[in-house]
Design a protein around this ligand. Sequence first.
Ligand code: ADP
Ligand code: MG
Length: 761
Amino acid sequence: MSKSKSPETVKVVVRCRPMNEKEQANKFERVVSVDVKLGQIVVRNPREASASESPKVFTFDSVYDWNSKQIDLYDETFRPLVDSVLLGFNGTIFAYGQTGTGKTYTMEGVRNDPEKRGVIPNSFEHIFTHISRSQNQQYLVRASYLEIYQEEIKDLLSKNQAHRLELRERPDTGVYVKDLSSFVTKSVREIEHVMNVGNQNRSVGSTNMNEHSSRSHAIFVITVECSELGVDGENHIRVGKLNLVDLAGSERQSKTGAKGERLKEATKINLSLSALGNVISALVDGRSSHIPYRDSKLTRLLQDSLGGNACTVMVANIGPASYNMEETLTTLRYSNRAKNIKNKPRINEDPKDALLREFQEEIARLKEQLQKRSGEKRKRKQRRRAGEGSDGEDLEGETEDDDEDGDDKGDYWGEQQEKLERERKAIMEDHSLVAEERVRLLKKKENKMEDLRREREAGEMLTAKVKAMESKLLVGGKNIVDHTNEQQKILQQRRHEIAEQKRCEREMQQEMESHEEETLELKETYTSLQQEVDIKTKKLKKLFAKLQAVKAEIHDIQEAHIRERQELEQTQNELTRDLKLKHQIIENFIPLEEKSKIVSRAYIDEEDEHWKMQPITRIEDEHQMMTRPLSAVGYRRPLCHHARVAMMMKPDTRYKAENIQILDMDLPTRTTIDYQEPEIAPTVAAALRDALRDEDEIQVDAFGFYSTLGPTPPASAISSLKKTKSGRPRTGKMSSSPTSPFSPSSPGSPLYPQCRGLVPK
Ligand code: ADP
Ligand code: MG
């Protein structure tokens, strides 16, 4: 069931900030004048050449000049919107305008100055005051804070600030941010804390806060759920969502020297804002059936607020100085278009995703559990009173329905503990028991005590949980008789009435102004022809001036369009150039078949407008690779259980999964022979032996070694000095005999330098 309001247009208000110190010091001319009573903004061109040009006039729902107070804006413009959120409508407040014109000032204001607090803190106060004054209603308030920067959504309340969130859509609840954290808040202080944490995360993430905030959109979301007993005797839940949006600066981002990443950044920065403009144009146009909500994250997220079921207020912020004139005019034109968007606000009653319902159900479930526990407890108590000494037997005692449960909670557990302790002592002192029996009984008692303790803890935990959950549900009516509260309420009512009256006056004056020409004509009765001519000439002049103004406006808009088109063309050229490079690389350096494989796997994800790759293995597709059957895991092909067991029992080739036999390697037959040194002639050998025998003092290690064996080394030993070591062909492993003192690598040999393994032998 949903109740709806009559269709209403997006409310657009304009606020002009005061001249800042720099502008005053430089003596900039003020080109904006504000007629608060008529709701008009007049911008005149300060240039000499255009002195003849008539000033540009824009009419809005309300306008605020540099003297406007934050609270006036709140009472006149935002309070009715927040009131409708409290009734269960969705509401959105946008702050639009050039950087430095007061968007953040309007939305947040100066934190520590109650007079300069913006819409967000004022709405906190409003919501919680409303709740405290309510009667027979239960509320749940939660807050989220997110930021959109370069088309990426960041959760400002999450611990992991590097994480980017995605948008999802459900047919019942519409577009939402997946995994966005939201905090249930019980008071103004708590929700302010949430806002401060988000603001800190916003500034920490950027090197230059001003630059960052001028390029990103911040959205603070307050969800108010209210449960009330309906006439049908059922509890009904209404959910109102308030989006408070501080948009990026509307000025054109400079794209000088845009290249690569910079270009990508430049094309993304204002995408959400231009998409917002396109959505507004499409909505106002009325001819186009397609509204390009999907073009950006911002428009998708706030789809409801533009032509949807929300109440929307747009605050256009402008600067008064002459050098801002172009941007001021663009802002005024932009917001002038938004005035004509029609919304159909509707109360969200009993939505599926109401957190309040979940809370209520969970509390009821926990309470039931507690009830059960206390029921059991009472049973046991009765049993105890009946004087039954036997433990462990189940006695079916009727529970008496008394409400004294809460009072005896503490002593019940105490008594039980004392009783168990007494029994334990009695067992200890009872000497008639056999030791084993005593141990058994003691163990039993200890187990019982442990159970008792656990049960008590569980009960306490349950109670604490119920209390914590209940404390989050807010109920009003506590200090309804409070005198000051009553007075405040009356005061607010008066303020509201005054605001309403002002609005009516303004509307009437605007109406009068527009009908002026007609009424003038109706009232006039011409006494003479000349008078008729005079009056009609006057009227003609007026209409001509109007026509000129409209013509000038058309001219300006056309010029603005041409400028915009030129910029878009330039961006397009740059992007085309970029694309050509990529194309060239692909055509020349990526193999054709690889390219076609990638192309056949690629698909566009409609959700987030990204190209993604299909996985190579897809089970559902028969033509693609399938997963291996269970009986083939670890084998080349499926094997039956019998074969597997048979293989384990005895390695039989019959059951091998492969018809490959594992055989030992055949070593190749030797085709070489060892090098044989020529025989040394006996005479030479004898001469050598003689010579060696004569020169005892020559100390050669090798001989030293042999001298321990005998007086003369054998001839073979001498020859082995020159022999190659290996008996195997060269292809074999190099064998070295580490025990041989003749080995070149043998350490400590003074005869041969030690090999460092650097030079191949
Ligand atoms: P934006 O968020 O649009 O970039 P800010 O809100 O940061 O602009 O405002 C820029 C400066 O102008 C701030 O110092 C702010 O205090 C001041 N300012 C803006 N609007 C007003 C106003 N209505 N009254 C007083 N000071 C204002
Ligand atoms: Mg700002």
